[in-house]
Design a protein around this ligand. Structure first.
Ligand SMILES: [Zn+2]
Length: 358
């Protein structure tokens, strides 16, 4: 299934207001992406086997939104990428939307001193960067499909992806409860897709149930970072998001690089808990896992996140004259699509909009 048909599917579901069956539909359990017409999904799958050509509708562009409205800070380890204040967002997005940008994923970057605490209170602050950005983008660029990363690590004083016990280990119950509250707050602010990246057990189920309780599950896509591997490809992201853990690492709740079976189990778990899209992260080093995700989630879109380290490596290789930037960016995207992804989250999105146009 292509990203554009997913968007179309969601807009059909959202457009139920004039439909006499809408009230009945709203009483039914919320449809998931897997409930869409099977034939269409077979056709799109057949197409994706036949072609690995990237199109702009497959791309989601990650944006780092700070709480200083005028910020426009280049991230040195992530070539060409910025931390953006809300005041810069419209002028930044305008030319990209003009070139065909279809979707963004938002990461909040609280910079103001004293914002972070043990409970990540700022994550769902209505005046915080993510909720303000969701509202602004909905208003100014109604055609954009907006995803929001949902995690606590940007907002916790310790930089871990949940609430900690006194001994420094993650308290699963409290973490999941807090993360699902944050996801619901973003959905209520108008985001189209919530994307929990924390990897705490049970968070997909908890988010889905709260979205159902709030009556917004039918218009909120739940994209799960299902197979998120720990490793050394996240350095530039942590510079951009300011989310490096202050002690320890995330290896106890992210997958070890060799953990193919664990990844398959996590994908199956998240699908059974109600995920609408399965994500694999990083992408290029984990093509077998993307292929597994496609195999396990036959009617679910598979997203792959080409992470900061992959992007920075391609830039570094091109700068060193090892290969051309454009050629390697396309080769990497084509490999990801060949493995089975239909959505790519990538920092190359602005370049692809130019390159695909030519
Ligand atoms: Zn996190």
């Amino acid at each position: 299934m292509s990203f554009s048909s997913l968007v179309q599917d969601l807009s059909l579901r959202d457009g139920g207001n004039n439909n006499p069956n809408a009230a009945a539909a709203s009483r039914r359990p919320p449809p998931t992406v897997s409930s869409i017409d099977d034939r269409a999904s077979h056709i799109s799958r057949a197409r994706s086997y036949a072609s690995t050509a990237a199109t702009s509708s497959m791309l989601i562009y990650p944006l780092f939104i700070t709480d200083n409205d005028d910020d426009m800070n280049l991230v040195p380890s992530l070539p060409g990428q910025h931390q953006l204040g809300i005041g810069r967002l419209v002028s930044f997005l305008e030319p990209l939307v003009h070139k065909g940008l279809r979707s963004v994923i938002l990461f909040g970057v609280p910079m103001k001193p004293g914002t972070k605490d043990a409970l990540a209170s700022a994550a769902d602050d209505p005046e915080g960067p993510v909720i303000r950005a969701i509202r602004l983008i909905r208003r100014r660029f109604p055609q954009l499909y907006i995803c929001a990363d949902v995690c606590l690590c940007e907002y916790t004083s310790h930089g871990h992806c949940g609430i900690l016990r006194d001994d420094g280990s993650l308290n699963n119950e409290l973490s999941v409860d807090r993360i699902s509250d944050v996801a619901v707050a973003y959905a209520k602010a108008g985001v189209h897709c919530v994307a929990p990246s924390d990897m705490n057990d049970g968070r997909i189920r908890s988010i889905k149930l709260k979205l159902i309780e709030e009556g917004i599950a039918h218009k909120t896509t739940l994209m799960s970072y299902s197979a998120k591997f720990s490793g050394c490809l996240y350095g530039p992201f942590r510079d951009a998001a300011g989310s490096a853990p202050s002690f320890g690492d995330r290896k106890c709740y992210q997958l070890p690089p060799g953990g193919r079976g664990l990844a398959r189990r996590a994908i199956i778990r998240d699908m059974s808990e109600g995920a609408d899209i399965i994500m694999v992260k990083p992408a290029g080093q984990y093509l077998d896992i993307i292929s597994d995700a496609k195999d396990l989630g036959k009617d679910l879109p598979v997203a792959a996140y080409q992470v900061s380290g992959e992007y920075a490596m391609i830039h570094a290789g091109a700068k060193a004259g090892v290969f051309g930037l454009k050629e390697m960016a396309f080769e990497s995207a084509e490999a990801i699509l060949r493995a089975g992804a239909t959505i790519i989250v990538t920092y190359f999105t602005p370049e692809f909009l130019d390159w695909l146009d030519n």
